[in-house]
Design a protein around this ligand. Structure first.
Ligand code: RIB
Ligand code: CA
Length: 327
């Protein structure tokens, strides 16, 4: 029997987080048991409201949302509203559904309680790892029964997006990232890292956006509203026509790990100095430590985009393949 995999999505919506939620909620392989919000792209309260906007679009207001940490463990909090807009959804000013608020208990409390009771749960983390680090600080064994942890974050051989060497999620809270990776080393587990080395290959172009609107006007129009700001940012800073959509790849990889290939290595994160937030991947085993991470290094980008379009917007897979082939 094809059982759905139970996942908690920990995120900071955020434009690409929103696309990732749409992908997860369109995938029958997943049972999204809850969504936990962390400070990152936007402050937590905005992240909560943006999540409700996506849940309303996807007709899934049944899913519980938990508000998490409002600042990183040590560093001053620096949002990414320059990239995602002050509202976190590209200044789209989409109305949040009225009367919806986060659950009473915090994300860290919910996660701690769930890891103690649920024996077959996984986490897809799409933002800074502050919520998870808080749970580990409370009980270093808390995540020992977690099935899988897939983290969109970090970078190995690809340049950073917050500094020459650091990716935003691990740069925003490097101490949390270090705690999570080193805890997984202690537990003999591996973080599955979907970093910039692979997500940079995933570009939502104006053509693809236009196609999605043709096959699903409501969802395509929602995406169009939230990505314009992101398109402008990508043209201004990286001369890209379209936008890199990092987070949905973490969801797609969770569902089908063959979408990426990678290496196992001991991995940790720098927490101070010029290269703060840098992911250190010891591929050549200088430190002779057991690997605590599977670091994705290549991706089947066309396959991802076919799945992204078909799952969220519908259409004919053959037609989608043809359209993408024409790009
Ligand atoms: O560096 C990209 C990551 O940081 C993405 O998850 C984006 O949403 C931001 O959280
Ligand atoms: Ca994110």
């Amino acid at each position: 029997m094809n059982t759905r995999q139970k996942v908690i999505i920990d995120c900071d919506p955020g434009i690409d987080d929103s696309l990732a939620l749409m992908y997860a909620l369109s995938s029958e392989e997943l049972e999204v048991v809850a969504i936990t919000i962390v400070c990152g792209n936007v402050p937590v309260e905005l992240g909560v409201q943006n999540t409700f906007k996506v849940l309303q679009l996807m007709d899934r207001m049944d899913i519980k949302v938990y508000a998490g940490e409002t600042k990183p463990l040590v560093r001053e909090y620096v949002s990414a509203q320059d990239t995602h807009g002050m509202d976190g959804l590209g200044e789209s000013q989409i109305e949040a559904p009225k009367g919806y608020v986060a659950e009473v208990i915090s994300a860290a409390e919910y996660l701690y309680q769930t890891f103690k009771t649920e024996k077959d749960i996984s986490i897809i983390a799409l933002g800074p790892l502050t919520n998870l680090a808080k749970v580990i600080e409370r009980d270093p064994l808390a995540l020992k029964n977690v099935n899988r942890l897939v983290s969109m974050g970090g970078n190995y051989k690809s340049f950073g997006n917050c500094s020459p060497v650091a990716e935003y999620n691990y740069w925003c809270d490097p101490d949390a990232a270090k705690i999570v990776y080193e805890n997984f080393a202690e537990l003999g587990k591996k973080v599955e890292m979907v970093g910039l080395d692979v997500t940079r290959e995933i570009v939502l172009t104006p053509n693809i956006l236009a196609y999605t609107k043709r096959i699903n006007k409501e969802r395509g129009s929602f995406v169009e509203k939230i990505v314009q700001f992101y398109f402008d940012f990508h043209w201004e800073y990286e001369k890209i026509i379209g936008c890199v959509i990092n987070d949905p790849l973490a969801v797609a990889y969770f569902i089908d790990p063959t979408i990426c290939s990678g290496i196992e290595a001991y991995t940790t994160v720098e927490t101070q100095g010029l290269s703060i937030g840098q992911t250190i991947v010891d591929e050549m085993k200088f430190w002779k430590k057991d690997s605590n991470a599977y670091v994705c290094t290549s991706v089947y980008g066309m396959y991802f985009m076919e799945e992204f379009i078909y799952r969220i917007f519908g259409g004919e897979q053959q037609e989608i393949h043809k359209m993408l082939g024409q790009l």
